[in-house]
Design a protein around this ligand. Structure first.
Ligand code: ZN
Length: 327
C-alpha cells in the first residue's frame, strides 16, 4: 500500500459523499481478481467483503489481504480506532449475527415490497450507526475516493445505499452458472487462518438457485440506473481484461491510466487490505488473466444438465448458450 493514513477524524475530513463500488451478484464469479486489480488503482481502496468484517475480522481475527491478522494490520487498526471508541464496536459477534439475519434470502420478498412502496428496503437498525462509522472512517483514514466492497449480497447493497452519506455504485460480475456450480464443488484451501482449512462447498442445486436468485435480483434492482451500474460477464473480462477494467474504473470516476496492466492480459498485483473473501485475494506479483474453462471438459453431463435446467431463464438473459461447446 502506497497510500499513507493521514489520521484525520472521519466526521471532519469527509463532508462529501462516500463513494462505494459494490460487487453485487453471487460467489465464485471471478470477482476476487477484479477486486485485487481495483486495489492497485489510484484513489481506490479494495476493502474485500465488508459485510463479513465483524465476524471474520473483529471476532475471528483472520488474515487481512496484506498477510497479517486483522487486529495487527496497521490500516485496519487505524480505521477501527477512528470509527469506534476503544478500537472495537460493541459486541461485533452479535452485530454480525443480526446483520446475517437482516439480509437472509427469506427477507427478499419483504425487501422488494417495501422498495415498491417507496420505503427503505432494509429497515433501519441501531447497528447501522456502526456500519456507517466503519465506511466513513475507512474513507477518511485511507484517503480513498472509492471504497471497493465485494460483499456481493444484493440486500446489503440496499442497506448501504439507504445510509446517509453513502453513494453506491454497483458492479455485477456474472459468470456462467455451470462454471460457478463447478467451482463450488472444487476443494479450495482457505488461507485466512494460515492453515489447512477448506472453503465451504455447496451442492449443485443450492449454488444454482443462489446464482439465479442473486443475479436476477441484482439485474432487476439496478439495470435501470446505468450511470450507477455496470454488468460485466467474467467471460468477457478474461477475453478483454484491460478494456473491461477501464469501463469499471470510469464508472466510478477513477483514472484508467493507473490500472496495473503489464501486458494486455497480465497485471502486477501488490497486497491489498481486503478482509474476508476468496483465498486468491492473497495473490501478488504478476498474474496472467486467462479463461478457466475446466468445467467444459470435466463437469459430468448430468450435473451440467441440472444446473442448466435450474438457471436457464437467467442464463439466456445474460446471453449464455444453454448448450455450450466443449464436450
Ligand atoms: Zn492489512
Amino acid at each position: 500500500m502506497s497510500r499513507e493514513p493521514h489520521g484525520i477524524p472521519a466526521a471532519v475530513a469527509r463532508p462529501e459523499p462516500i463513494r462505494v463500488l459494490y460487487f453485487a451478484g453471487s460467489g465464485r464469479s471471478g470477482s476476487t481478481v477484479i477486486n485485487n486489480i481495483l486495489g492497485q488503482v489510484g484513489g481506490a481502496f479494495a476493502a474485500g467483503e465488508l459485510r463479513y468484517l465483524w465476524q471474520r475480522g473483529v471476532v475471528e481475527n483472520r488474515l487481512c489481504g496484506c498477510g497479517v491478522p486483522f487486529a495487527e494490520c496497521e490500516v485496519w487498526q487505524g480505521v477501527m480506532s477512528d470509527a469506534f471508541a476503544g478500537g472495537t464496536p460493541p459486541d461485533a459477534g452479535a452485530l454480525a449475527a443480526r446483520l446475517l439475519s437482516r439480509l437472509r434470502i427469506a427477507r427478499v420478498p419483504g425487501i422488494l415490497l417495501r422498495r415498491l412502496a417507496g420505503r427503505l428496503p432494509v429497515p433501519r437498525h441501531t447497528d447501522d450507526q456502526a456500519i456507517q462509522a466503519l465506511y466513513a472512517a475507512l474513507a477518511a483514514r485511507t484517503g480513498a475516493h472509492v471504497i471497493v466492497d465485494s460483499s456481493k449480497l444484493p440486500p446489503y447493497a440496499l442497506l448501504l445505499s439507504g445510509l446517509p452519506g453513502i453513494e453506491l455504485y454497483v458492479l455485477q460480475v456474472v459468470r456462467d452458472s455451470r462454471a460457478t456450480a463447478f467451482s463450488w464443488r472444487r476443494r479450495k484451501q482457505l488461507l485466512d487462518f494460515g492453515d489447512e482449512q477448506l472453503m465451504p462447498r455447496q451442492p449443485l442445486w443450492k449454488s444454482s438457485l443462489l446464482w439465479l436468485c442473486w443475479n436476477s435480483l441484482t439485474a432487476l434492482l439496478w439495470r435501470r440506473t446505468p450511470e450507477r451500474y455496470l454488468r460485466l460477464r467474467y467471460e468477457d473480462f478474461v477475453h478483454a481484461p484491460r478494456e473491461s477494467m477501464e469501463r469499471v474504473v470510469r464508472l466510478v470516476g477513477l483514472d484508467p491510466a493507473t490500472l496495473p496492466f503489464e501486458t494486455a492480459t497480465s497485471v502486477r498485483l501488490e497486497p491489498t487490505h481486503s478482509v474476508a473473501g476468496n483465498p486468491t485475494r492473497h495473490r501478488v506479483g504478476t498474474v496472467e488473466l486467462r479463461p478457466d474453462s475446466e468445467w467444459l471438459q470435466t463437469m459430468p453431463r448430468r450435473q451440467r444438465a441440472l444446473v442448466t435446467a435450474l438457471t436457464a431463464p437467467a442464463l439466456l438473459g445474460f446471453r449464455y448458450p444453454l448448450h455450450p461447446e466443449g464436450r
